[in-house]
Design a protein around this ligand. Structure first.
Ligand code: HAS
Length: 541
């Protein structure tokens, strides 16, 4: 691996884990403040801590890790080294993102932006928080353009050849990111910044929430797709097998590009101001976006089973025994996959209009995203870290790291089982999310309190998991010099050739834009022309 590119990768991964540590501390403290166990000095309250936790974990940790991982993969698979201009774009994106993150986090920690990670209007933060967010997004665009550039250069110099699967998936992920972030950029630049500076007095709340969720749902796929890249491309190599089908993997990513954006209304099913027809349409599209995940599950089972049988496994589930259980590069992402089964089922429940009425704004939803992003995705990212850091710094992954990594994974799963399990159950009893401390003064809701205790215990176990992970990252960076494999699998020989149309970007971008226009144009026009009473203002006609 090119060690100069390695430095760019390490810089991203390090910021990601610093965010994980600070976000983890904020997470632990918010649980204790919420349960009334402690009171913090300087009036640091639940909402400051919850905002810091959400922004650092869900936005900063993920974005930095994803860019670091993808840059490593395109350097490795598209020519063995980043083009000088791409290398510079990577650092430029990193610098801009870091200035933005520092500004945004400073506003959160000083209590000037307690607006949670969804920053819904009419909650207002300091304009510098929004400017920080805008810089983070623009920085990520520059990094994304670098990925497109390296890919285009490779295609030009390898005419007629199928691009490496990892690179193809990287381009789809960043195309989706590019299209989706336009929504949040518009919200921040046109609505939130002018309003928070006081240049305009009011804000169109419905429009701002809609622009947010136009971005907010694809955001969750931006987290998921790099995890899928590991499951499709890396895991088969680690278990000693091959990719079940290159074409299936590409198709599932194209479907994610098409269907992950025009579905933001499934976060707004309980909101007035959007007619039921458009909600219905986006719910159908939501069920379409489940298809690529089902294809992924099918492909993973096929890879595991075929590989196990090739190694001599017998019976219906004999292949399970042939998986490399003591290899943390496999074990951590595998636990992520396993937990994605109930996590995804929870998503299907959320997406159904009637059931959404039961779970919306309850702790069930918090439980859902702690299983999806904070377990399936996070454990996969941890699993990647164990080989990525030694591979890009020219070090070895020692047997001790495998053991520590497996312990870390188990701690994470136990903590999440307690915390997310309690959240799901108490959410069904109606306990709301995002509420500060109250003992409910002997009301029926006092029955929720024992579940909060389980959430706090689970949260504490998870915090130990964060500490061990941060220790593991430091240990990986100090490991003895040597070589670690960058594991990229090949497709099975028996698989059919990948059809060339999957590589025709213009078609997919056009279909994606058409679907978005179809799902959003009329409801957006309606929000602008007929704003809800009390929501009149910037921007309305
Ligand atoms: Fe979600 C809310 C619907 C997936 C994250 N979601 C959220 C929020 C977040 C989030 C952060 O429709 C809260 C936002 C907020 O703060 O308000 N979600 C879905 C649906 C899916 C889904 C339909 N969500 C995710 C993923 C996330 C994520 C992925 C992060 C990474 N979600 C919703 C809805 C809401 C929502 C509503 C709004 C709720 C409300 O009212 O506020 C689907 O994409 C899920 C499909 C997944 C599957 C599982 C496939 C399984 C696989 C694993 C195979 C395992 C193997 C190993 C092979 C169908 C691929 C097994 C091996 C053995 C040996 C057994």
């Amino acid at each position: 691996f090119d060690l100069k590119d390695g430095k760019l990768v390490v810089a991203h991964v390090l910021v990601a884990f610093i965010a994980l540590l600070i976000g983890g501390i904020a997470g632990l403290l918010q649980t204790m403040v919420k349960s009334g166990t402690i009171k913090l000095p300087y009036n640091i309250g639940y909402y400051e801590l919850l905002t810091a936790h959400g922004v650092l974990m869900a936005i900063v940790f993920t974005t930095y890790f994803i860019i670091g991982f993808i840059y490593s993969g395109i350097s490795y698979t598209l020519g063995g080294k980043l083009l000088p201009v791409v290398h510079r774009m990577g650092w430029a994106g990193f610098t801009l993102m870091t200035v933005g993150t520092a500004l945004g986090v400073a506003m959160v920690l000083t209590g000037k932006a307690s607006v949670l990670y969804t920053f819904y209007a009419p909650m207002k933060a300091s304009p510098y928080f929004y400017i920080g967010l805008a810089l983070l997004v623009v920085g990520s665009w520059i990094s994304g353009w670098g990925i497109f550039y390296q890919y285009k250069y490779w295609k030009r110099t390898h005419e007629g050849k199928l691009s490496p699967l990892f690179a193809f998936m990287s381009v789809v992920t960043f195309l989706m990111w590019q299209i989706a972030t336009i929504g949040v950029a518009a919200e921040v630049l046109i609505q939130l910044i002018p309003w928070s500076f006081g240049w305009v007095e009011t804000i169109n709340v419905m429009l701002s929430r809609t622009l947010f969720w136009y971005f907010g749902h694809p955001l969750v796929y931006f987290w998921l797709m790099p995890a899928y890249m590991c499951w499709y491309v890396i895991i088969p190599k680690i278990i000693g097998g091959k990719i079940y089908s290159d074409a299936l993997a590409r198709l599932s990513f194209i479907l994610l590009l098409l269907f992950s954006i025009p579905v933001g209304f499934h976060h707004q099913l309980m909101e007035p101001g959007i007619s039921s027809f458009w909600k219905y349409l986006q719910v159908i599209l939501t069920f379409m976006v489940v298809v690529p995940s089902l294809m992924t599950a099918f492909s993973l089972f096929a890879t595991f089973e075929l590989n196990g049988r090739a190694l001599g496994a017998k019976g219906l589930f004999g292949w399970v025994k042939k998986l490399p259980w003591k290899d943390v590069r496999f074990f951590a992402p595998f636990m992520g996959m396993l937990i994605f089964i109930p996590a995804g089922a929870g998503g299907l429940i959320n997406a159904s209009n009637q059931m959404n009425a039961v779970v919306h704004n309850t702790l069930w939803v918090t439980g859902h995203f702690h299983l999806t992003v904070a377990t399936s995705v996070a454990l996969t990212f941890f699993g990647i870290t164990y080989w990525l850091l030694p591979a890009v710094t020219g070090r070895v992954l020692t047997p001790r790291m495998h053991t520590l990594g497996i312990i870390q994974t188990i701690i994470w799963c136990v903590g999440m089982f307690l915390m997310s399990g309690a959240m799901h159950i108490v959410g069904l009893f109606g306990a709301p999310r995002r509420t500060a401390f109250t003992d409910y003064e002997g009301s029926a809701a006092a029955g929720w309190v024992p579940y909060y205790v389980f959430m706090a215990i689970g949260g504490t176990v998870l915090f130990l998991g964060v500490l061990l992970m941060v220790y593991n990252v430091i240990a990986l960076l100090c490991a003895p010099k040597g070589e670690t494999e960058y594991p990229i699998a090949e497709a099975m020989e028996s698989a059919e050739a990948t059809p060339a149309y999957l590589d025709r970007w213009r078609i997919w971008i056009a279909v994606s834009i058409l679907l978005i226009l179809f799902a959003y144009t009329i409801p957006l026009m309606d929000m602008i022309v007929n704003p809800a009473p009390g929501s009149k203002g910037f921007i309305t006609w």
